[in-house]
Design a protein around this ligand. Structure first.
Ligand code: ATP
Ligand code: MG
Length: 560
């Protein structure tokens, strides 16, 4: 077995064993079953990479099944976004695109089957009474007074439920299992409830809808899924998953099996769809695809490469252990990919004007600068040095500390790819704010090295004032400034980072940046990776936002 073939996690090990032993005739079928009630997030990516990844690696099939059993919450927009996101992550469901609603007829027939076997009944207690009768971990359940209805009565009531003769909450169909079971899921779980709601695919055909526990395993079985992989909170549901299959005649050798792994939790991130929905509906972010959101759509718009997300999911592994992963690992994977793929260009975010006093008026010096400094073969662009240029405001200090390698009065620095300049004079406005530097250049230092061999340590990025293009840039930062948003607080909203978005309106960038296509990411030298926003960029006028800084600036803060 080569290293590439070796199982990388316990689920893969189980699957490989099953294939080897010829279980399911050697077939492998997994599925990814999101509920279309929101956009997918980075946690879903873990499940997608596991389910689709296994099928891809081991020659199986992974279905995409939209679990649309809850009509009041689901919308077509979410279905479309889920399909887009799975494909963008690099996976394909082939012919296997399904909806739980495809099976509504068959599921209903199976429910009738259970009623006929005396294994399901229509209960007429209220939701509150059902809860009370169910008991809890310490208290055994009590049977509903309707538990022993005759099969005929149950069939007729179920038929009427389906026919729309009752109001919501009047009746539910429950499996008749064991009210005394230590496993609460076994205390006669609900199979169908009445919901007079319009469904995005079946319209008004149904007014009863199956519950997750009933629909899920049976949908798996109908599709021929072999390994039904889900997160650990469903571990206690597994006996119920098996109970439905067993009692509806699925042979033990033909049945799907459920396996559980621990869900992904990330620091500085919320991942429940309910919370993400709240951020969107209350306007704390621009939408589900706001670049600060941990949704796949948000991360994509932010400029995170799909490959980085896949690498991250591969590295965090699949286990049964509870854990919280440092978001720095995701950011590291992003930097690693972008470092390989992004051309380097120059932009000045907070400009400070520099006049080169001994530079001839109207003169332009042109320098050739590689787009990928580590490899010239990827081409270059021209940089234009003019009498007036901009440097970064933060690259100048009047009272500089000892080891200041950037500009200060009297100091010489290199302009990247161009020449050496020395700061001769500082111009201030009436408030004492530095508004301009007057420098001289060494015409013998073209390209950035002094003819006499003197060493100059500092190198600054810069842009020509007359050739540069003005633009606006958004700087995004983490959406929350606490590791566990909402911990010991009333609401997770209290931990929103108030400076997660900074808009810089005076940015100047080199003209070549205007060739960037929407969705492409480049490195602004010394400043980070920036992506031309898919939504707001137009042909020839990209609007950039920062995808990520060059280094983990939060790590420094944590260490302080
Ligand atoms: P949420 O709790 O965020 O609302 P969910 O579990 O209700 O998520 P579903 O649409 O039901 O969302 O999830 C589809 C699949 O994705 C499920 O199999 C679920 O186990 C998996 N999944 C959801 N969140 C995570 C996560 N954080 N880590 C790994 N897998 C996840
Ligand atoms: Mg769910």
């Amino acid at each position: 077995m080569s290293d590439a073939d070796r199982p990388t996690n316990f689920v893969e090990e189980i699957v490989l064993n099953d294939i080897e032993e010829g279980k399911n005739q050697g077939r492998l079928m997994t599925r990814f079953p999101p509920e279309p009630n929101g956009y997918l997030h980075i946690g879903h990516a873990k499940s997608i990479c596991l389910n689709f990844g296994l099928a891809q690696k081991l020659g199986g099939q992974c279905n995409l099944r939209l679990d649309d059993t809850n009509p009041s919450k689901e919308e077509t927009e979410y279905v479309e976004s889920i399909k887009t996101d799975v494909q963008w992550l690099g996976f394909s469901w082939g012919e296997g695109l399904y909806f739980a609603s495809d099976y509504f007829d068959r599921l209903y027939d199976m429910a009738v089957d259970l009623v006929k076997q005396g294994k399901a009944y229509v209960d007429s207690l209220s939701a509150e009474q059902i809860r009370e009768y169910r008991g809890d971990f310490h208290k055994p359940g009590r049977p509903s007074p309707y538990r022993d209805r005759s099969i005929e009565d149950n069939l007729s009531l179920l038929e009427k439920m389906k026919g729309g003769e009752f109001k919501e909450g009047e009746h539910v169909l429950r499996a008749k299992i064991d009210m005394g079971s230590a496993n609460l899921n076994f205390r006669d779980p609900a199979m169908y409830r009445i919901l007079h709601a319009h469904h995005h695919r079946t319209g008004d055909d149904w007014c009863i809808y199956p519950m997750y526990d009933f629909a899920h395993g049976l949908s798996d079985a109908i599709e021929g899924v072999t390994h039904s992989i889900c997160t650990l909170e469903f571990e206690d549901h597994r006996p119920l998953y098996d109970w439905f299959l067993e009692n509806l005649g699925f042979e033990s050798t033909q049945r799907p099996h459920q396996y559980e792994f621990s869900r992904l939790n990330l620091t500085y991130t919320v991942m429940s769809k309910r919370k993400l929905q709240h951020l969107v509906s209350e306007g704390h972010v621009e939408g589900w695809d706001d670049p600060r959101m941990p949704t796949i759509a948000g991360l994509r718009r932010r400029g995170y490469p799909a490959e980085a997300i896949r690498n991250f999911c591969e590295r965090i592994g699949v286990t049964k252990n509870y854990g919280v992963v440092d978001v720095g690992h995701l950011e590291h994977a992003v930097r690693e990919c972008l470092n390989q793929s992004s051309p380097r260009l120059m932009a000045v975010l907070k400009p400070l004007k520099v006049t080169i006093t001994n530079f001839p008026e109207g003169h332009v010096e042109t320098f050739d600068a590689p787009l990928y400094p580590s490899d010239d073969s990827f081409g270059s662009r021209s940089l234009h040095l003019t009498k007036e240029i901009y440097i970064e405001r933060d690259d100048f200090k009047e009272d500089a500390p000892k080891k200041w390698f950037r500009l200060c009065p009297g100091k010489e620095v290199r302009l990247r790819y161009a020449c050496l300049i020395t700061c001769e004079e500082v111009i201030k406005d009436s408030e004492g704010e530095v508004i301009e530097l007057r420098c001289t250049w060494d015409p013998e230092s073209k390209g950035g090295t002094a003819a006499d061999g003197r060493k100059v340590k500092g190198t600054l990025h810069w842009v020509s004032a007359s050739k540069g293009v003005s633009t606006e840039v958004k700087l995004y930062d983490r959406l929350f400034n606490e590791m566990t948003p909402g911990k010991d607080k009333e609401s997770f909203l209290e931990d929103l980072n108030p400076s997660s978005l900074e808009v810089l309106s005076e940015v100047v960038c080199e003209p070549h940046l205007m060739n960037t296509q929407a969705g492409d990411t480049v490195q602004f030298e010394r400043l980070g990776y920036f992506t031309a926003d898919i939504k707001s960029s137009n042909q020839g006028s990209p609007i950039f936002h920062r995808t990520i800084t060059l280094k983990d600036s939060w790590a420094k803060i944590a260490k302080r």
